[in-house]
Design a protein around this ligand. Structure first.
Ligand code: SME
Length: 157
């Protein structure tokens, strides 16, 4: 079956509505977590062209690199470390306008300037995070937060 993503060129909201609907359709009837995370990362990267977008999954009390799109990245992150480890520890979304000002930021790529990390939560437990990086300062806002939180809420395992 052909799986083509239709790129939307409208407002940011329209782009998110479009890609969220397509991610949902791609996950329909597919219960393999890695397959769904891989397609979600690919769809988001294709629509938005961010520097890096991907998932880290909690394994043996650390975050381990999962499906992603972009430059190679660090493979393991301890709880509380960097933006990802902090979002995990706090179980809340972190929107970082300038990663160079974030204490303990882990620079996987020196090109990354701003970042948003959304925890994936099931039954009150964080089981992973979605991490998005941009080459521009202050790139992400509440619109990104709202739609990315909705997209990860639709991902289950
Ligand atoms: N910058 C992240 C690490 C992951 S990479 O950006 C892909 C952090 O500080 O947690």
């Amino acid at each position: 079956m052909a799986e083509d993503l239709t790129i939307n060129n409208g407002t940011k909201q329209e782009q998110y509505e479009s890609v969220a609907q397509q991610i949902s359709a791609l996950m329909q009837g597919e219960h393999d977590l890695i397959a769904n995370l891989a397609n979600a990362a690919a769809a988001l990267k294709t629509q938005f062209g961010w520097l890096w977008v991907g998932f880290y999954l909690v394994k043996n009390n650390e975050l381990v690199l999962g499906p992603f799109q972009g430059p190679v990245a660090c493979t393991r992150i301890a709880k509380g470390r960097g933006v990802c480890g902090k979002a995990w520890e706090l179980a809340q979304t972190l929107l970082v306008e300038d990663v160079n000002q974030f204490p303990g930021h882990i620079a996987c790529s020196s090109l990354s300037q701003s970042e948003i990390v959304i925890p994936l939560i099931k039954n009150g437990e964080v089981w992973g995070v979605l991490d998005v990086d941009s080459e521009q300062l202050s790139f992400f806002d509440e619109i990104d937060q709202k739609y990315l939180e909705d997209i990860v809420a639709a991902i289950s395992y």
